[in-house]
Design a protein around this ligand. Sequence first.
Ligand code: FMN
Length: 174
Amino acid sequence: MDIVIYGSQYGTAKRYAEELANRTRFVLKSYEYVEDINTYETIIYIGALYAGGVMGMKKTFKNMKDCGNHRIIIATVGLADPSDKENTDTIKNGMKNQLSKEVYDKAMIVHLRGGIDYSKLGFKHKTMMSMLYKKAVTLPEEKKTAEVKAMIETYNKQVDFVDFNSLDSIIHEL
Ligand SMILES: Cc1cc2nc3c(=O)[nH]c(=O)nc-3n(C[C@H](O)[C@H](O)[C@H](O)COP(=O)(O)O)c2cc1C
C-alpha cells in the first residue's frame, strides 16, 4: 500500500496532500494517525514548516526500520519562496537534523509554497510572528533572506500561494 501523510496546522499542507491523494489514489492520513510507517511502500510526506521544523516529520520517520524497502518523497510547505536557493538550502539543512542519514539520503525532497492567514493564527503563533517581525524590520536590506522578506511582506495579512501545479514534479517521480 502507498500513502500520502501530512503534517498541517492550518490546512495548507493538508490541501496539497488531499490533491495528491486524489490524483494518485493513495491512502491519505495526518501523521498523528499513522500507526506503522513500515507497512507502506511509497510514502509521500507533506509537512508545514514551523521555525525550520517540518511538522510531524521527525516523529513519523523515526519508526522506520529499513528505508531500503520504501520509496520516500518529502515535500515541505512554507511561506518563503521555494525558488530561492538560500531558502531551500536552509530548509534542507534543518531537515538533516530531523531525519536519520538513511532516510534523508533516500528521500526525494520537494519544496512547495503555502500561505498564511493571521486572523486564524493561535495566540502562540501570533506572538512568535510578532516577535520575529519586530526583529526582521530592523535588519539591513542585505541581511534579509527570502524567509525574512516573505514574512515582512505578508505580516498581518492573508496570503495564499498554494499552487497544485507544483505537485507535478512529485507525480512525475511516481
Ligand atoms: C510560528 C510560525 C513559524 C513559521 N516558520 C516558517 C519557516 O521557518 N519557514 C517558512 O517557509 N514558513 C514558515 N511559516 C509559514 C508556514 O510554514 C506556512 O504558513 C504554511 O503554509 C503553514 O502550513 P499549514 O497551513 O499546513 O499549517 C511559519 C508560520 C508560523 C505561524
